[in-house]
Design a protein around this ligand. Structure first.
Ligand code: AMP
Length: 214
C-alpha cells in the first residue's frame, strides 16, 4: 500500500502517518524528519536544507527527489509506505509518478487532512519538539507525562525554529501556493480522499482506516 498524506503544516498528518505505519506495518517516511536528522548529524545536506527550513521555505526539489528515491531502495519499502511531507510541489509529484510508473506501480491513496488556517496557527503555538530524539508533542493535544521532558528519552523540549509564529505564517503561505495544487493533481488521478482534521485524532485515524479499507 502506497499512501501520501497531504495537509497544511500542523494539520496532524505526521501523527496520523505514524499511527498508520504501525497499523499496516509499513514505513513512515517523513522528508522533514530526514532533513532534521541530517541537520543534527551535521551533514552537508542538512546544512543546505536548514537555510530554507529556518525561513519556512521549501528545500529545492532536486535535493528532496534524490533523497526520497534513495530511501525507496531500502528493503522496508517493498510492501509500500506512508509518505508524510512528500511530495510538496507538482514537480515532486511528477518525479514520484515517473519513478513509480517505471516499475509498474502507482499511489493507492492521497489523504488530505483538512484543517482551516485559523486552527493551524493556534495548534502550532503549542507544538514542542525534543532536542534529543526529535519526537514531537503538543502542550494541549499530546502532552508529555512530565512537563518539558521527552517521554522517550527524557530530553528537553523546545519550540522548533520552523514552528515559531512568523515562520508558521510563511509555511502556510508556501503550503497554499505550492502544495495545495496537489489536491487537484491527485483528484485528477482518482486517488484523492479528504478527512476532517479538526476532530479528535483517534476519530481522524478511524476515518482514514475506513477509506483504506474500501
Ligand atoms: P515538515 O516536518 O514536513 O513540516 O518539514 C519541515 C521543513 O522541511 C519544511 O518546511 C521544508 O522546509 C522542508 N521539507 C520537508 N519536506 C519537503 C519537501 N518534500 N520539499 C521541500 N521541502 C521540504
Amino acid at each position: 500500500m502506497k499512501i501520501i498524506m497531504l495537509g497544511a503544516p500542523g494539520a496532524g498528518k505526521g501523527t496520523q502517518a505514524k499511527m498508520l505505519a504501525a497499523k499496516y506495518d509499513i514505513p513512515h517516511i517523513s522528508t522533514g524528519d530526514i532533513f532534521r536528522a541530517n541537520i543534527k548529524n551535521g551533514t552537508e545536506l542538512g546544512a543546505k536544507a536548514k537555510e530554507y527550513m529556518d525561513k519556512g521555505l521549501l528545500v529545492p526539489d532536486e535535493l528532496v527527489v534524490d533523497l526520497i528515491m534513495d530511501r525507496f531502495k531500502a528493503d522496508d519499502c517493498k510492501n509500500g509506505y506512508i509518505l508524510d511531507g512528500f511530495p510538496r510541489t507538482i514537480p515532486q509529484a511528477e518525479a514520484l509518478d515517473k519513478a513509480l510508473t517505471a516499475v509498474g506501480e502507482s499511489i493507492d491513496y492521497a489523504i488530505n487532512v483538512e484543517v482551516p488556517d485559523e486552527n493551524i496557527v493556534n495548534r502550532m503555538s503549542g507544538r514542542r519538539a525534543c532536542v534529543g530524539c526529535g519526537a514531537t508533542y503538543h502542550i494541549k493535544y499530546s502532552p508529555t507525562k512530565v512537563e518539558g521532558k521527552c517521554d522517550t528519552c527524557n530530553g528537553d523540549l523546545i519550540i522548533r525554529d520552523d514552528d515559531k509564529p512568523e515562520t508558521v505564517l510563511n509555511r502556510l503561505n508556501v503550503y497554499h501556493e505550492q502544495t495545495q495544487p496537489l489536491i487537484d493533481y491527485y483528484s485528477g488521478k482518482g486517488v484523492m480522499r479528504e478527512v476532517d482534521g479538526t476532530v479528535d485524532m483517534q476519530l481522524v485515524f478511524d476515518s482514514i482506516v475506513a477509506i483504506l479499507g474500501e
